[in-house]
Design a protein around this ligand. Structure first.
Ligand code: PLP
Length: 390
């Protein structure tokens, strides 16, 4: 038996990741304006839609014009297929033990699969035989990422194997860029050169390849010449462009909590494990019942602000001391009117008055913690209930 966590009733916990599907729809639409008509948009909704809820993200992206959905796991692909969404699905990461069980069902559901090695081709071929249908295969070419994908000198061999296999239909050639967010990095052009020569070699073996795709968010935003047949943006859909963008994108997730207590402390009060912070004056501290087990990055301790909504208005206040597993402390200031129960916005769109201070973003958290917004968003843990705005 598998037991889902948490066992807590979410109605009794104040922490929420508020998801705005309209933001994902608008972001998808905005990205779509950058594309030529013949280029399709694959919404990357892996990792539970970058923490936003996979089905929520998928539906919102389709409404914004996405016609493809991309996920890592076959299990995610199956869940998408079962939801009956109007989009072609691609999944790209599996290993033999689970692939043997899940791939026949995935193929029966009409999902496209990526192949990145001879062993993966054998798994897909066997699954297609079992499902009694041809597998639509996207051949992944490793042009420099060094992860999934066949190396350039293996392309002809795997091409020939696919040509000889009646259960394989070569649908696409694709690759993943290592450095598209560094716009001046020559690595991108080097990868494209390798990719193009691999595609030519593959076409020699199997004939024309219907589809090519390689652009993630960064390349979608900065390299129209790399859009090809499909672009595969992820993070930009959720409102965090990895490069400066000319289009308007807005965050789709807001993480909120509520003050558990407020207390007055003297100057010199130490706060939290290791006493890394002491108050520089008498002040009011607020305790917020959300911590690293909810997804806050401990590395951001004492380096980030949050927004507190009090009766007298919104205020950005510093988080002080180490972030604990279940709680953080914020310095509300000596004159604060904050009370237990007041709303706290950790990041996202606080939806305040136009001239009120805005909440920090996942980008602020990422910078404070020395990571990237991708990790901040996908770290929001299973014990934080997602509330989807309608
Ligand atoms: C294969 C693949 N394509 C596209 C993406 C989307 O990348 P980004 O979120 O940077 O747009 C990812 C995410 O890492 C990926 O793994």
């Amino acid at each position: 038996m598998t037991i889902p966590i948490p066992a807590e009733d979410p109605r009794h916990v104040p922490n929420r990741a508020v998801i705005d599907p309209a933001a994902i729809t608008q972001n998808t639409r905005a990205l779509g304006t950058l594309l030529e008509e013949q280029t399709a948009l694959m919404a990357v909704v892996k990792a539970d839609g970058y923490g936003h809820g996979m089905l929520t993200a998928a539906r919102a992206a389709i409404e914004g014009g996405a016609t493809w959905l991309g996920v890592a796991h076959p299990a995610s692909a199956l869940a998408l297929a079962r939801a009956g969404l109007d989009a072609q699905i691609l999944c790209w990461l599996y290993e033999p033990h689970t692939a043997k069980i899940v791939l026949p069902e995935v193929l029966s559901a009409g999902v496209d699969v990526a192949v990145g090695s001879m062993d993966m081709l054998a798994l897909v071929s066997a699954a297609a035989r079992e499902a009694d249908r041809r597998a639509r295969v996207h051949l992944k070419i490793d042009t420099g990422m060094g992860r999934n994908g066949v190396l350039p000198w293996q392309v002809r061999e795997i091409g020939a194997a696919m040509r000889e296999d009646d259960f394989i239909q070569v649908t696409a050639a694709w690759t993943h860029l290592t450095s598209a967010d560094e716009v001046d990095d020559p690595a991108t052009d080097q990868q494209v050169e390798i990719f193009d020569s691999c595609v030519r070699a593959l076409e020699d073996e199997v004939g024309p390849i219907p589809l090519q795709h390689l652009a993630n968010s960064a390349a979608t935003l900065t390299r129209p010449d790399l859009h090809r047949d499909i672009v595969r943006p992820g993070i930009a859909l959720y409102g965090y462009p990895p490069v400066p963008a000319d289009i308007a994108l807005r965050p789709a997730m807001t993480l909120t909590s509520s003050l558990a207590l407020v207390k007055e402390v003297p100057e010199g009060q130490s706060i939290g494990y290791g006493r890394i912070h002491r108050t520089s004056r008498a002040t009011r501290l607020g305790l917020v019942p959300i911590g690293y087990a909810d997804g806050l990055h401990r590395a951001a301790s004492d380096r980030i602000e949050v927004l507190v909504r009090t009766e007298s208005g919104d205020r950005r206040v510093p988080q002080v001391g180490r972030i604990s597993m279940d709680q953080i402390v914020v310095d509300l200031g000596p004159d604060s009117t904050a009370r237990p129960g007041d709303k706290v916005v950790l990041f996202g769109d606080a939806g305040g008055e136009p001239d009120a201070p805005s909440a920090p973003t996942a980008e602020h958290w990422a910078r404070a913690a020395g990571t990237i917004p991708y990790e901040v968003l996908t770290s929001v843990s299973g014990r934080v209930t997602r509330r989807v705005l309608s």
